[in-house]
Design a binder for this molecule. Structure first.
Ligand code: BMA
Length: 329
């Protein structure tokens, strides 16, 4: 059957891809090569997870969360020819800051990478008297220029939109607290210059079930004919701690703070052993996607159990149908 072509964006013929197994009834299926990145990729790393990849010069580049063997959270650059096998720099990224007051108080984690206009922007959970959203840009993944933190502490999961909306830069984030919070909703903010962020709007609140405690934006939203496709994580509190699942939503193209549809059921939950066992058990945490507009293929990179980096797949039209037919208010 011909597919409805709904991604608005470039083609990526070399997208990493494995066909859906015939036995799989789910909207998302996992790579048979998972986990694709383990701690062995970097000598100083204890874990490599919650990382962001992007097409780069006919191949792929990424910014990886590598927690060290002394548990410093660090960002490392990596490159790959095929999106499966990654060559990650052994040393962390060094940021160039124009202002000594901005220098990181601590470390950084959970990066996202966004191609926007003429450069790559990296957002991450930065440590500046508590977690907040760090922003830097690069054109070559060699020199990274740090901008102002987007928000006051405490905030996490800052995710840029890949183009200006209503002539403003746009970002999703989750205002939060200093520790392992049991609350958090997704907000939208805009900026004329990537420096001053404001006009904050609520996008989505927690809902009962897998997304009852807190929710946060995952990969950079994908523009589609049906709205912005947002994959996000949701957290449930159990007698044994947090469980991190993933869901999906469609946001209005011109007013992305308006949620059109969001899934009642999750699209991914910690099922496989590598998602259930690790430094933090029971976590799937998507941070980036690659997509190919002509075929509607989407590859999802996610952190598993705060230990390894994994890959899963979906097809845009099937996912959009799933979101619409399983939507909750
Ligand atoms: C959050 C962040 C994520 C992590 C998650 C589950 O607070 O630290 O990086 O995946 O907890 O441990």
């Amino acid at each position: 059957m011909p597919k409805k072509q709904t991604i608005i964006g470039p083609s990526l013929p070399n997208i990493p891809w494995e066909e859906k197994p015939k036995s799989c009834k789910d909207v998302v299926w996992r790579s048979t090569l998972n986990p694709i990145i383990t701690r062995d990729a970097v000598p100083r790393a204890s874990t490599i997870f919650n990382s962001a990849v992007i097409p780069y010069k006919g191949a792929f580049a990424g910014v990886f969360r590598c927690d060290s063997k002394s548990y410093e959270e660090c960002l490392h650059f990596g490159k790959s020819k095929d999106g499966f096998k990654w060559d990650i720099n052994p040393e962390p990224i060094k940021l160039i800051t124009g202002d000594p007051d901005l220098e990181q108080e601590g470390t950084g984690y959970d990066p996202r990478v966004c191609w926007l206009e003429d450069r790559y922007y990296i957002t991450w959970c930065n440590s500046y008297y508590g977690p907040t959203i760090g922003v830097a840009h690069t054109t070559d993944f060699k020199k990274y220029y740090q901008l102002e933190n987007a928000f006051l502490p405490f905030n996490r999961n800052g995710v840029l939109f890949p183009r200006k909306i209503n002539n403003k830069y746009a970002m999703l984030s989750r205002p939060s607290g200093p520790g392992h919070n049991t609350f958090g909703n997704i907000f939208y903010s805009e900026s004329p210059d990537m420096n001053y962020w404001g006009k904050h709007r609520l996008v989505m609140k927690t809902k009962p079930g897998w997304q009852c405690a807190k929710i946060g934006a995952g990969p950079i939203p994908i523009e589609t004919t049906e709205g912005w496709l947002l994959i996000y994580h949701g957290v449930r509190i159990t007698c044994n701690g947090f469980i991190y699942c993933a869901g999906a939503a469609l946001l209005d193209i011109d007013k992305p703070w308006k949620t059109l549809y969001r899934t009642g059921p999750y699209i991914m939950a910690p099922w496989e052993i590598y998602e259930c066992a690790g430094d933090v058990p029971n976590v799937v945490f998507p941070c980036s996607t690659l997509s190919d507009a002509p075929t509607g293929r989407i590859a999802i990179y996610y952190g598993a159990a705060d230990t390894t980096t994994c890959l899963a797949y979906t097809q845009v039209d099937t996912l959009i149908d799933y979101i619409k037919s399983n939507s909750i208010k």
